[in-house]
Design a protein around this ligand. Structure first.
Ligand code: AMP
Ligand code: TRP
Length: 328
């Protein structure tokens, strides 16, 4: 069976962008692949985190994975910090990475621009991500569009290792959805929807109550026209809302355009809010059940155990190939 790995940072409340761009595909792939889905807490600390908030967010993201439909019996759900091999292979990958490669990463450029002081962890973050993926010899990595460049680096590092130390790593492929790989901010369609945006009106959190969702969508920026048409260049805001509509209502964009022909934005936005609510309500219900049951700790424990078995074997093989003297 082919292997899948992906991760999400516990650095804030997950958004509809995370769901449409990534988690939705995690749920789909678990039926056909051997899956590893983790909460990447070691990545989250590349920017300062408040300890109490980090702990709460980590448990919350893990519970959301399960609430969104990931079955912990089918897929391994675990925390990155519970499998020490991530940090260890992360270091090894850092030593194979060139400074220039990291300097070219657009996420690093975005996150560090204008900052007086930038943590070294933020710089080497893509090497750790490569280790995450290669530890499980993943064939496929479901991510949103913004992770494409990190995945290309992962492929380069895997090839570099294979050339230097003999064929070992699988070269992973990105799995990026055609619609919804880049859900944009509700207040500015030139930025991606992000949980780290200081304006909560710019994103829909997976745990937003229905009234908040209605309000955020009714206030979402549109243009001064009336036409509901998908045209990313001319109508970026409306196109973004159409992508969200299409993903939540499971209708094609052409279908939605036809449905609203000759109508203004008002009804379209009202209906869109109801489709988003209908998508999120069952997830929120399951989330509350999982959090109050306390089961998540046990799920993470089992997930980490199974993940460690695979990861430790890879790490041992890597070290052997590189010339580390192994323990007897
Ligand atoms: P992060 O929240 O940065 O840890 O991202 C977790 C996953 O969600 C990654 O695969 C991202 O590519 C994806 N993702 C995050 N924001 C968006 C967005 N606005 N649209 C689509 N995918 C997204
Ligand atoms: N860098 C990813 C993000 O910010 C999160 C991540 C860490 C990841 N390790 C990964 C995604 C491995 C896919 C595979 O969204």
């Amino acid at each position: 069976m082919k292997r899948v790995l992906s991760g999400i940072q516990p650095s804030g409340s997950l958004t509809l962008g995370n769901y449409i761009g990534a988690i939705q595909n995690f749920v789909k792939l678990q039926h056909t692949h051997q899956c590893y889905f983790m909460v990447v807490d070691l990545h989250a600390i590349t920017v300062p985190q408040e300890p109490k908030a980090l702990r709460e967010q980590t448990e919350s993201v893990a519970a959301l994975f399960v609430a969104a439909g990931i079955d912990p019996e089918k897929a391994n759900v675990f925390l990155q910090s519970h499998v020490p091999a991530h940090a260890e292979l992360g270091w090894i990958m850092t030593t194979l990475t060139h400074m220039g490669e990291l300097e070219r990463m657009t996420q690093f450029k975005d996150k560090s621009s204008g900052k007086e002081s930038v943590g070294a962890g933020l710089f080497v973050y893509p090497s750790l991500m490569a280790a995450d993926i290669l530890l499980y010899n993943a064939d496929l990595v479901p991510v949103g569009d913004d992770q494409k460049q990190h995945l290309e680096l992962t492929r380069d590092l895997a090839q570099r290792f294979n050339q230097r130390f003999g064929e070992y790593f699988t070269i992973p492929e990105p799995y990026i959805p055609e619609v919804g790989a880049r859900i944009m901010s509700l207040d500015d369609a030139s930025n991606k929807m992000s949980k780290s945006n200081p304006n909560p009106g710019s994103y829909i959190a997976l745990l937003d109550p229905p009234d908040v969702i209605r309000k955020k969508i009714s206030r979402a920026t549109t243009d001064s026209g009336r036409e509901i048409k998908y045209d990313v260049k001319a109508k970026p805001e409306v196109s973004n809302l159409l992508s969200i509509y299409s993903q939540c209502a499971k209708l094609s964009i052409a279908n939605i355009e036809a449905k609203y022909e000759g109508q203004g934005y008002g009804q379209f936005k009202k209906d869109l809010a109801e489709h988003v609510i209908a998508t999120l309500e069952p997830i929120q219900q399951r989330y509350r059940e999982i959090r109050s049951s306390g089961k998540i700790i046990d799920i993470l424990d089992k997930g980490a155990q199974r993940a460690s078995e695979a990861a430790d074997e890879t790490l041992r093989n890597v070290k052997e190939r590189m010339g580390f003297l192994l323990r007897g």
